[in-house]
Write a new protein. Structure first.
Length: 545
């Protein structure tokens, strides 16, 4: 009896020790004091950030984020009206178009990559009252549309992009941002590099800007300027906006179940900005790796635009948090606020990354996650009381790296090849092939058969499920590395496709222990503890009979 109690007590103590190890950073977070923090900036990244804000509220962290545009976010940070900012581009001294100051106003700062994604082109084109959902556009066509050189959907260049299929005569309405926006900067940076002559004819100079000109090519151009990402999407979706096309982060049209154009890449394939295609594209990004440079970790995307991989989505990029690093920062002036910011950033670049793929973003690769830890460490350097216990790769669940292969971008490895119908010169794919679900997130089935095998995915209805040449579009296959379901070859990631990759790594070995293995260990441990206690009681009862 006494031996059984001692065994049970010993087991409970050991189990609590195991659970403490499994809890990791959240235990430290629970013990730390927190305070409300506020940030503002990029609406391009807002859907991801707002998801993280909601998630960490359950951990006792209070974060308020205002999506007022990257340019305003940088200004708010410089004016010390926020604790952190979010921007698609770094401070540049002054805006190259407006000449307005663009600096931190003397406030200390560091850039921390928080999310990747693709700038997409949602459009509202209907024929016979039915929406067209499989439009393809080359980069040059897009450049000419947004500089008013192509003004009607029946233009021969658009027809050529779609292998000779011509749309009816419908005036094109380009929709741009009215406020200073990171998406505008991303788009015009691409124009500056890839189509400088076309862009200069519109802008007067071949330079990026946060403020898109609305009279490009005409005193009263056809552009419609809207404020914020939601404003842009609300306009394009409206019944009175047939003929419109906008530039916007993929998350917004994806979550609205709205079509976006497939963009031609340098390999000759038209692709969508799925988490996989963005991950592939950004393997060519050039990152500033000089820690002494104020622009440490910022991006140069020239090679991304021309990445020869056929899965590439050319207009892919990163977004950054701007965080204070000085001990005497007047805004982030207390340990509880710094702790909240550190914990929020840790969650964002680790566990939070596993949620953003299905909503239109792409998780960060491990090199930027590790560099992010370095930037977060600057918060502790400013205030040694900040607790960063086990805020490292060993506790970081992120779909781009997996157990045993921490330096391989797993998403880029498993990214499916585009279907043959997305190749230049082929007829456009049927609706649903190489596209997102016609009804993301609804309950139903979609299945496909072909050379890739048969697959069934329990989410998403629509016309997906083509057979034969599409190689099993709509199906899922087992990833040989993780054993989990991933898109079959020939299928582009769908809104309803849940691709979950175990990524927890061992701190000492950079190797992994999956959650399943952890549960097995606990189960075996409980079995070893509870079973002897049960046997002891059974023997005792028999002795009493």
């Amino acid at each position: 009896m006494i031996g059984s109690r001692r065994l049970l007590r010993t087991g409970a103590v050991a189990l609590s020790g195991i659970l403490a190890l499994l809890v990791g950073p959240s235990g430290a977070q629970a013990a730390a004091a927190h305070a409300l923090i506020q940030g503002s900036g990029s609406s391009w990244a807002a859907n991801a950030i707002n998801q993280w804000v909601a998630d960490v509220e359950n951990q006792g962290l209070q974060v308020v984020y205002t999506a007022n545009g990257a340019a305003q976010g940088r200004k708010d940070y410089a004016n010390k009206s926020t604790d952190f900012g979010v921007t698609d581009s770094p401070y540049r001294g002054q805006d190259p178009t407006t000449g307005a100051p663009d600096n931190s106003g003397g406030r200390s700062f560091a850039y921390l990559p928080v999310v990747a994604g693709g700038t997409s082109f949602p459009y509202n084109v209907k024929v016979g009252g039915k929406a067209i959902r499989n439009l393809r556009l080359s980069g040059e066509t897009v450049a000419k549309i947004f500089t008013n050189k192509i003004t009607n959907w029946n233009d021969p260049q658009i027809s050529a992009d779609n292998n000779g299929r011509t749309l009816p005569s419908i005036p094109i309405i380009p929709v741009v941002r009215a406020d200073g926006a990171g998406v505008t900067n991303q788009f015009t940076t691409w124009l500056t590099k890839e189509y400088p002559a076309i862009w200069k004819a519109c802008n007067g100079k071949a330079a990026p800007t946060d403020y898109y000109p609305t009279n490009c090519g005409a005193a009263n151009g056809p552009q419609k300027a809207q404020t914020g990402s939601d404003g842009v999407m609300n306009y394009v979706k409206s019944e009175n906006a047939v003929g419109s096309i906008a530039m916007e982060e993929y998350s917004y049209p994806l979550m609205a179940n709205f079509p976006v154009a497939k963009l031609l890449n340098k390999a000759g394939y038209y692709t969508l900005p799925t988490q996989y295609n963005v991950a592939v594209a950004l393997t060519a990004a050039q990152i500033n790796n000089n820690p002494a440079d104020p622009n440490y970790l910022t991006q140069k995307l020239d090679r991304v635009y021309v990445n020869p991989d056929k899965r590439t989505y050319a207009l892919s990029s990163y977004v950054y948090a701007i965080i204070p690093t000085a001990a005497d920062d007047k805004r982030l002036s207390s340990t509880p606020k710094r702790q909240t910011l550190a914990d929020f950033l840790y969650y964002s670049i680790c566990q939070g990354q596993s949620e953003i793929g299905p909503v239109g973003y792409s998780p960060l690769p491990i090199n930027l996650v590790k560099a992010g830890f370095e930037q977060i460490a600057k918060i502790k350097k400013a205030d040694p009381a900040v607790d960063l216990t086990r805020r490292d790769v060993s506790t970081c669940n992120n779909p781009t790296f997996i157990a045993g292969k921490p330096n391989v971008n797993h998403l880029a490895q498993i990214a499916p090849q585009p279907p043959a119908c997305d190749k230049i010169g082929a007829d456009p794919c049927a609706e649903g092939v190489g596209s997102f679900n016609s009804n993301p997130g609804s309950t139903g089935t979609k299945a496909g058969t072909g050379s890739a095998g048969t697959g069934t995915n329990g989410t998403g209805t629509g016309t997906t499920g083509a057979t034969g040449a599409t190689g099993g579009a709509g199906g899922l296959v087992q990833d040989p590395v993780t054993g989990l379901l991933v898109p079959a070859s020939g299928q582009i990631a769908q809104a309803g496709d849940a691709v979950i990759v175990p990524t927890t790594l061992d701190a000492g070995q950079s190797d992994g222990t999956s959650a399943v293995l952890t549960l097995l260990v606990i189960g075996l441990f409980l079995g070893a503890v509870v079973t002897p206690v049960g046997v002891s009681r059974l023997v005792r009862r028999r002795g009493e009979l």
